[in-house]
Each structure stands twice: as C-alpha cells, then as structure tokens.
Design a protein around this ligand. Structure first.
Ligand SMILES: Nc1ncnc2c1ncn2[C@@H]1O[C@H](COP(=O)(O)OP(=O)(O)O)[C@@H](O)[C@H]1O
Ligand SMILES: [Mg+2]
Length: 251
C-alpha cells in the first residue's frame, strides 16, 4: 500500500538519499534504524513532501505522486495520507489536549464538532491521557504531550503514521510509556506505521520489518530476527550491539 520508487534527495552538494526503493504492506510496522546523519529524517519528510524530493515516485494507497512532475494541489492532497509524529512535540500550545486531537477532524475532514469530540475522547482514552483532556500542553509532561500527539495523528484521516524518533526528546523515565502506547496502537489499530527509532528492543518487538539505512541507501532489510540475530552485515551487527549495550532502550 506504500511504495517508494527511486527516491533521491540532494542538499547542496551532498546526496542524502541515493535512490530508495521500498514497499510497505497495509498494516505493516516498519522501523528504520541507522547511524545519525544517514538520511532517516529526510526519507520520512520526503514521504509526505515536507521536503521536496529531487526525483522519485511515492504511492500511498491508490494515489501516486511523481516528484519530477506534480502540482501543488497533488502534494497538498497527498499530505493528508500520512501523519507525522516528530521528535519535538508539535501540539498547538494554545489548545487543550482535547482540542488538539479534535482539530484535524474539524479542520481537515470537516467533521461535525460533536462527532469529532466523541472520537477524540476515545483516542485520548486509548493513549491513556483522558484525565488530561482539558489541560494545555504546558501543564503536561513530555510523555503525556507525545501521547496526545499520537492521538492527534490517529485522529487524522492518514493511512500511514510516520514517527521520527518519537521518544528521543523525552526524559528517560518517560520513554517507556510512549513506546508502550505506540506498541498498543500498532497491535490494536492495524494502522501502517513507519518508525525511525534508536530504541532497539522496541524496534525488535513492534516491527514486521527493520530497515538499516546507511549513507542514503537501504543497506539491509529484513525481519527483526534476520537483522538482530542472523545478519551477515558486520556494520549492522556493530550498530545494533552498540545500542543494545548502551542501555536506555528498555521498555
Ligand atoms: N534542510 C536541510 N538542508 C541541508 N542539509 C540538510 C537538511 N536536512 C538534512 N540535511 C543533511 O542531510 C543529511 C541527513 O540528515 P537527516 O535526514 O536528518 O539524517 P538522520 O535523520 O538519519 O540523522 C545530514 O548530513 C544533514 O545535515
Ligand atoms: Mg533524524
């Protein structure tokens, strides 16, 4: 249901993505791991045209956009097919948790307020922050804010949720609660997810497929056990082991 063909992106004279090809099935959870500066965020940002690819065709569901030949309107409509959860929490500061989750349904989907509210309350419950529904972001912990961010992504009409290191700005003691919510959502909602993460234990547990991105190419791709247990690529083994011994990645 998601297909990326020959995605390329250059910044200045640095080629960051060197022709990425990827297919993700509906409901699949894919984790992208790899060294810092290797193009993981750029790949996610190109997938919803927050960053304009130089070349490539991206398909979500029944819609394709060819980066070399597309209109602003096509991009605008295509963006609605994915929702992003960023490393830095991106809630609207002057809106409560409930209003933040209702917003995409009212503004983008033009849903009646009552219906949006009912759905939003259900989503806040799902991510375990219903008691914070009337709180503003400044009065919530980072973990609670990020959980509201996940509810907000689920409230959009997106067919895929793109997570860019969703726990890396959180205090260590708050990481587990957010990872557990992402896991729960992955299991219960069958929503397609692409997750950039350095949390190896989490990636191993939640993912159907792991992608090791290195220097702008997919260097390895496989099931968690293929990547974590029986990978012949020494660089993958080294990377994965470094993180496993670094600690801080326990749920
Ligand atoms: N908007 C930008 N302008 C210029 N260079 C960028 C921009 N965004 C990312 N880069 C560069 O692209 C490379 C890949 O970055 P990024 O995708 O953020 O890597 P990762 O998420 O894997 O750490 C880095 O060298 C980074 O400095
Ligand atoms: Mg990044």
């Amino acid at each position: 249901m998601i297909k990326i063909n020959n995605l390329q992106k250059t910044f200045g004279d640095t080629k960051v993505l060197k022709g990425i090809d990827l297919e993700v099935k509906k409901g699949e959870v894919v984790s992208i791991i790899g060294p810092s500066g290797t193009g993981k965020s750029t790949l996610l940002r190109c997938m919803n045209f927050l960053e304009m690819p130089d070349e490539g065709i991206i398909t979500i569901g029944d819609t394709s956009v060819n980066a070399s030949n597309c209109t602003k309107k096509e991009i605008y409509n295509f963006r609605k097919k994915s929702a992003m959860v960023f490393q830095s929490i991106n809630l609207l500061k002057n809106k409560t948790a409930l209003q933040n989750v209702m917003e995409p349904m009212i503004v983008v989907q033009k849903m009646p307020k009552k219906e949006a509210k009912d759905i939003a309350l259900g989503l806040l419950e799902k991510v375990g922050v219903l008691d914070k529904k009337d709180s503003y972001p400044r009065n919530m912990s980072g973990g609670q804010q990020q959980r509201v961010g996940i509810a907000r992504a689920l409230a959009s009409s997106a067919e895929v949720i793109l997570f860019d290191e969703p726990t890396s700005s959180l205090d260590p003691e708050l990481v587990g609660e957010v990872l557990n919510i992402i896991k729960k959502v992955a299991e219960e909602s069958k929503v397609t997810m692409i997750i950039v993460t350095h949390e190896m234990k989490f990636a191993r547990e939640v993912s159907d497929t792991i992608i090791f991105l290195e220097n702008g190419v997919i260097a390895e791709q496989g099931t968690p056990s293929e990547i974590f247990e029986s990978c012949r690529n020494e660089r993958v083994n080294k990377f994965v082991n470094n993180f496993s011994f670094a600690g801080g990645n326990v749920i």
